[in-house]
Every structure is written in structure tokens, then in C-alpha cells.
Design a protein around this ligand. Structure first.
Ligand SMILES: [Zn+2]
Length: 417
């Protein structure tokens, strides 16, 4: 079979969320510092046959009324002081631009929290956010990570946060090498680029009333700035420029993980609140067993499991942890925790988050006196794209579109404007 994703014939973006209970948006009162909720327009890609050239530059520029695709990433949280190196000129100004100055030469700007909920950036002190804007390709470096976007320093009570404002495609340059190794086959990197781009734009849609769109760690996607870009990563991002996955005309959270251990699962076993849609309902995978993550054998401390048991309302000494219910792929849906005082069924996803077991695809579990021994398959939550599987497919000459179709069944490739 040749391929491919069915193209969107005409993509309508609903003006309001569809009546899907899991997708209902709760409207909170508008705060200051927010931007209007964007709804990205999705269109049929202009180049989508399998003999495509890498010429993505021919795509039309975004129309003037296109929603802002600047990504707001939290890169420093609850800090009291930081030093930011700049490789050349920077403009520093308060949000209302009532105070501003520039530094023409390379140097270091210190940032620290000041009294009465203020923050000091260089010589500026303010209770409102202060921006550090690099000019003409200047890089800002913080904690050895180089950034190309604008820093927004947001004062808190005794601390401050720094949010980087950076164009979507630049942000992806900084995400990809932390989510996949840059030496992996290009088609796998391209699949990852589309998945990460879709996840990012979905976050921008959903977080417009929040002070930022994404964390810079596993709570969203790992990101350490985009000043240094690998050629392969640039090729993957540029070669899929603007391309996203959609389902029923809307973006969705394109979750992904390290290794599914032979099959992915329905999103409900990991995140009940996520929309129960076909692209996140599970897929077979026979491309990931080349990876050392395909199987695992690990010991976790019994005390971490006991702490989790207490958080679930169980008292007494933990005597055993056992798989209670499995999905058809063999992933534990629920576990039974047994203590000297009783027992309880808990979600394996919650147990994994609390104890750090590599995956819930458990094949053996024994409770000792101080440790719990766990054996199984895979690494990660097992929802959406299996990264090792994507790599395996790419090595067997599948295209990124085939990879995406495999792991997000029923989804459609589209271009965001
Ligand atoms: Zn897999």
C-alpha cells in the first residue's frame, strides 16, 4: 500500500470547541497579560505526494491576520537571581516602555528580585515585567543554554520567572534534539518535528489565558534554547515547516514517548481528562524491539511505593504490589496495593509517576523487604507516537507521513497558517 494520510478537503476550524466533554474549555476570567485565544487555521498542504521535494519554501506566507505563533516558554521558575550573557546589543525595557535603555556591547546582565514585589534587570527596577530583547542575531545565554528569543522577566512576591518569547520554528530547533537523537534517520526526525509542532500549537491554543504556553521540561517538552542547531534537526524542522496533525479539523495533543514495548495504548489509561479520540486510542508497533528500552528490569525503593500508598489513603506496612488489570497490549491499567491494613486498586500511571518505574507494561513484579523488583517492556506512558518505533520505521525506509499515520491513526496532515 502506498500511503498516506487522507488530505483535508477543506478544513473548517470551528468557532467554538465541539461538544466533546473531554475537550470542553472552561472559561476563566480574563487576566491582564493574556492574549486573545488563537484558533489556528488548518489548510491542505500544498505538497503532499510521496515524491515530494524538500522545497517547502514555496508555501505561501502566512496571511496578515494569522494568529501569533510566538511560543512563550517558561525557562526559569521562582528564581531570586540570574545572570544573562548577551553576545551583542540588547534593548531592555519595561512592559509599558516607560523605562528603557540599551547596551550596545556584549556583556552580562544581572537579574534579581527586589523589594515590594519588584524585579531588577541591569539598572531597571520595576513591579511590571521587564523585557530583554536581543538585536540582530544576538544570543542570550543563561545557565550555559543559548537562546535567540526575547526574555520576559516577570516579578513575583520574592522571586521572578523568565519566559522566552520565540518563533515557533525556532522553538522546535531547541526541542527536537532533546526528544530524539540528532543522528537518527531523517524521516523519524521529521515525524517528531510534526508531532512537536502540533503539541506546541495545541498548547498555545489552550494556554492563551495563562502567563506562558509551555514548560521547558518533561511537563511539556524538553527545551534548552535554540542558539545551537544541528543540521539534521534544521532539515527535519524546515522540511516540514508549518505541518501539523489534525483530527476532525482541530489540532490535538500529539503525545509521544520513548518506547511502547510492542504496542501503544488508549490515552484514557494515562490521562482521563484527555479527549478520547481515535488518533490517541492505541496502535500496534513492531518496529521498536531493536532498542534497549524494549525491555527493562529495575528495582524501586519500597519506601517510594509506601509513600504513594499513603497518598492514596492506605495505612500500614506495604506487603505487595500486583498488576490488577491489563489492557490488550499487556499494559497495566490498575495495580493492587496491599498493606497490613487493607488494599486498594490504583492507576498504574499514577504509580509510575510517583515511583519512576519505566513503564506500566509489567511482566514481573515482586515485593521484597526494602525493594520492589519490576520487569517489563517499553519506556514512557505508551500513548501516541513510539519514538523508538518511529526510528525503526524510518530505518526501514518508511516516510514520516507513514510513521505519523501508524502512531496517530485517523489523523490528517495539514498546514497551519
Ligand atoms: Zn513501539
Amino acid at each position: 500500500m502506498g500511503v498516506m494520510l487522507t488530505l483535508l478537503a477543506a478544513c473548517m476550524v470551528p468557532s467554538a470547541k465541539q461538544n466533546n466533554s473531554a475537550q470542553t474549555i472552561t472559561y476563566t476570567p480574563m487576566k491582564t497579560n493574556v492574549r486573545p485565544a488563537p484558533r489556528f487555521k488548518l489548510e491542505k498542504p500544498s505538497i503532499l505526494d510521496e515524491t515530494e521535494s524538500e522545497n517547502t519554501q514555496s508555501q505561501q506566507p502566512a496571511p496578515a491576520n494569522s494568529p501569533d505563533k510566538t511560543v512563550r516558554v517558561l525557562i526559569l521558575e521562582n528564581s531570586k537571581s540570574a545572570y544573562i550573557k548577551h553576545s551583542g546589543r540588547v534593548n531592555i525595557y519595561t512592559q509599558d516602555k516607560s523605562k528603557k535603555y540599551k547596551i550596545s556591547q556584549a556583556g552580562t546582565v544581572s537579574v534579581k528580585s527586589a523589594k515590594n514585589g519588584q524585579v531588577q534587570v541591569g539598572t531597571l527596577v520595576a513591579k511590571q515585567p521587564i523585557f530583554i530583547e536581543p538585536v540582530g542575531g544576538v544570543t542570550l545565554t543563561m545557565d550555559k543554554n543559548g537562546y535567540t528569543g526575547i526574555f520576559k522577566v516577570v516579578p513575583g512576591t520574592n522571586t521572578f520567572n523568565i519566559i522566552e518569547l520565540t518563533p515557533l520554528e525556532n522553538y522546535l530547533y531547541g526541542v527536537l534534539p532533546h526528544e530524539m537523537h540528532h543522528t537518527w534517520a531523517l524521516e523519524a526526525l521529521k515525524a517528531q518535528a510534526v508531532a512537536a509542532r502540533t503539541y506546541t500549537l495545541k498548547s498555545i491554543e489552550n494556554k492563551s489565558e495563562e502567563p506562558f504556553d509551555l514548560y521547558n521540561d518533561v511537563r511539556s517538552q524538553v527545551y534548552k534554547g535554540s542558539a545551537q542547531v544541528y543540521d539534521s534537526i534544521k532539515k527535519a524542522v524546515d522540511g516540514t515547516r508549518g505541518q501539523v496533525l489534525s483530527y476532525k479539523g482541530e489540532l490535538f495533543y500529539t503525545y509521544y514517548h520513548g518506547n511502547c514495548g510492542g504496542g501503544t495504548d488508549h490515552v484514557e489509561i494515562w490521562n482521563e481528562k484527555a479527549p478520547h479520540i481515535k488518533p490517541l486510542s492505541g496502535a500496534s508497533c513492531k518496529f521498536d524491539n531493536h532498542s534497549k528500552s524494549y525491555t527493562f528490569s529495575q528495582d524501586i525503593t519500597k519506601s517510594s511505593a509506601e509513600r504513594f500508598a499513603r497518598s492514596q489513603g492506605l495505612k500500614g506496612t506495604l506487603s505487595s504490589v500486583r498488576v490488577a488489570k491489563k489492557t490488550s497490549t499487556g499494559r497495566a491499567n490498575t495495580l493492587t496495593l496491599k498493606t497490613s491494613n487493607g488494599s486498594k486498586q490504583v492507576r498504574c500511571a499514577d504509580f509510575r509517576a510517583a515511583t519512576g518505574i519505566r513503564s506500566c507494561k509489567i511482566t514481573k513484579m515482586t515485593t521484597g523487604t526494602t525493594k520492589i523488583h519490576v520487569e517489563g517492556r517499553g519506556y514512557g506512558h505508551g500513548i501516541g507516537m513510539c519514538q523508538d518505533g518511529a526510528h525503526g520505521m524510518a530505518k526501514q525506509n518508511y516516510t514520516y507521513k507513514q510513521i505519523l499515520k501508524q502512531y496517530y491513526p485517523g489523523s490528517t496532515l495539514a498546514v497551519v497558517r
